[in-house]
Design a protein around this ligand. Structure first.
Ligand SMILES: [Zn+2]
Ligand SMILES: [Zn+2]
Length: 583
């Protein structure tokens, strides 16, 4: 089915392919701008696809783009896209996704060196021919080589933000099939891991055949790998990639045991089995059984299980409390009391958001209305600072005017507090991008690294600590600057960062955007150990970004985060008290 996100992706891909094939700047920009405009549009463009006048009211959508939207809504694609797609080799699209390689450079590689795949590019690096291209210094080439290696290492896995919506859609659709009693996704997805291998779905039903037929016939299935009545495997379309999805029928009475087994992690399950054996029990995907010496598995001999239908009963029979899936990583979760993990509903404030003043898609008022709608008591407007030129960062003069605009909006919009803030760049040496006098005028300062992200760990550590020690800073935004599967980012000494953050009452951010998820789960655990507070922010650029908060919460839970340690859960009064303590 046509979707807004696929449309945006196609428009973005159009812009890169046009640039790659040497189209004029004007046309490239029109597509890039349209993608941004649709992302931020307050109306659902697909709903109005038949009404070009309405579409053209969106700033950034002209007559020609409106036609493409109509075509896409009707057929799931548009001619110009398909024509261009046929012209550009598949491998080149992958080359373009390597960080640090823009369409201009890739075009030169293609036209001058006949590079059409990542393998071609690797050869050109090895035989030195890449150096013949303009502006291709040794350092740039080394960076490209690094990026290829990194993306190859992580390329097989799918980011959670892509896998989760698909899994949820499948679960919802299959639940409607006749005879289905229970259905759930398991695996690393259920554990909230940042990247996913395959999607595993478990089902109990009185009509297994119907469920597996519906699954194999589901929209988006591109290849059937295994087709059966109790287990099927398919490859499904997911954006520009594919993902394997497995569906298994399990016994209704042993659903809990199967869910536990297929949720993993493997290491967690090993610990559980060890524990079962010590109690004279044996645990498998069919249940927890009394241990005996027989070779045939107990479920095949009609042995009555000690527990099998729910996870709770199995954990309890092992004298354990139920372990939330996010903690099932064999990091000590079977020893001692478990933390009372943060929940999605605990989040009451968004403290990192951009407006049209820098690279966001919404006005201050729109941003605030959306936050209010989510039940938040506070929204912080934190546009980029002047060094972030590409993101249209604000110079001092523009920021002063922007502060006034935020104050005016705060008077006008009732029912929510709008904070005037900034996402100020932490420059390579750890200094900030505005002077203290201006920073002191802001209610909230999020300081983030955006450049110099291949700095050595020692420099990165002192850079971040310098920002933490700055008396006007509240939050360190996406502290390492990593991009999942694409950029490693800084590798500072997280222990030292966490200690400094705790000492100076600075919160470390989990950037909830699934492309970032930075801090990572293990970093969160280290930060909590040191006594630092955590912020979970969506880094809102468009209205839909508010939905990302779930990935931030999952990451926090994997790190053992509780609500009191997360500043976004605090009451308005408590939050204000902390913010003012730094003014
Ligand atoms: Zn940022
Ligand atoms: Zn940001």
């Amino acid at each position: 089915m046509p979707s807004k996100s696929e449309l945006i992706e196609k428009l973005e891909q159009m812009a890169s392919m046009l640039e790659l094939t040497g189209a004029n700047r004007f046309k490239v920009n029109a597509y890039a701008k349209a993608a941004r405009a649709i992302k931020g549009a307050s109306i659902d463009v697909l709903e109005h696809a038949g009404d070009p006048k309405k579409l053209e009211e969106i700033d950034g959508v002209g007559k020609s783009i409106a036609e493409k939207i109509a075509e896409y809504a009707h057929s799931g694609t548009f001619d110009e896209f398909e024509e261009l797609r046929a012209e550009v080799p598949d491998g080149l699209i992958r080359v373009m996704s390597i960080p640090g390689l823009g369409p201009k450079t890739v075009r030169l590689m293609w036209t001058d060196l006949k590079i059409e795949t990542v393998d071609d590019l690797k050869k050109a690096i090895d035989d030195g021919s890449l150096e013949d291209l303009p502006r291709m210094g040794k350092k740039t080439i080394a960076n490209i080589k690094d990026a290829i290696e990194f993306s190859e290492k992580s390329g097989e896995r799918t980011p959670i933000g892509r896998a989760m919506p698909l899994a949820e859609e499948l679960v919802e659709d299959l639940r409607e099939v006749k005879g289905v009693k229970q259905i759930a996704y398991a695996g690393s997805l259920r554990r909230g891991a940042e990247t996913i291998g395959d999607i595993d779905i478990l089902i109990s039903t009185s009509d297994s055949k119907a469920a597996h037929e519906a699954f194999a016939g589901h929209e988006g299935v591109e290849k059937i790998l295994v087709s059966g009545e109790t287990k099927s495997s398919v490859r499904m379309k997911l954006g520009r990639r594919q993902i394997q999805v497995d569906l298994r029928t399990v016994d209704h009475n042993a659903f809990g045991a199967a869910l536990m087994y297929f949720t993993g992690s493997k290491e967690h399950n090993v610990r559980l089995r060890e524990r079962a054996l010590k109690k004279g029990l044996t645990l498998n995907e069919y249940g927890l059984f009394p241990e005996d010496d027989e070779d045939t598995p107990p479920q095949q001999r009609g042995v009555k299980p000690v527990a099998c239908d729910t996870e709770e009963k199995i954990y309890n029979a092992l004298d354990l409390q139920w372990v939330p899936p996010e903690l099932r990583e064999d990091r000590g979760e079977l020893k001692g009391e478990l933390p009372d993990l943060i929940e999605l509903d605990d989040i009451r404030a968004e403290l990192h958001a951009h407006t049209t003043a820098s690279d966001g898609a919404m006005s201050i008022r729109e941003l605030a209305e959306h936050a209010k709608h989510r039940g938040f008591h506070t929204i912080a407007v934190t546009d980029h600072s002047k060094s972030s030129v590409i993101a249209n960062g604000l110079d001092e003069k523009r920021l002063r005017k922007h502060i006034e605009a935020v104050r005016a909006a705060n008077e006008e919009v009732k029912g929510i507090t709008i904070l005037a803030g900034s996402e100020v760049d932490i420059l390579a040496d750890g200094t900030l991008d505005y002077d203290d006098e201006l920073l002191a005028e802001l209610d909230i300062v999020v300081a983030s690294p955006h450049t110099g992200l291949s700095q050595d760990p020692k420099k990165a550590t002192s850079r971040l600590i310098k920002a933490i020690e700055h008396p006007l800073v509240h939050i360190i935004g996406h502290p390492t600057g990593r991009i999942v599967g694409k950029r490693e980012g800084l590798s500072p000494d997280i222990g030292a960062i966490a200690e400094a953050a705790a000492e100076h009452s600075v919160a470390l951010e989990i950037n909830a955007n699934w492309r970032r998820l930075d801090l990572r789960d293990l970093h969160v655990a280290i930060a909590l150990e040191a006594g630092a507070s955590i912020a979970i922010d969506c880094d809102v650029h468009a209205a839909s970004d508010y939905d990302q908060v779930r990935y931030g919460v999952l990451t926090g839970r994997r790190g053992g985060l509780t609500a009191p340690s997360c500043v976004n859960t605090w009451t308005a009064a408590k939050l204000q008290k902390w913010l003012k303590s730094k003014r």
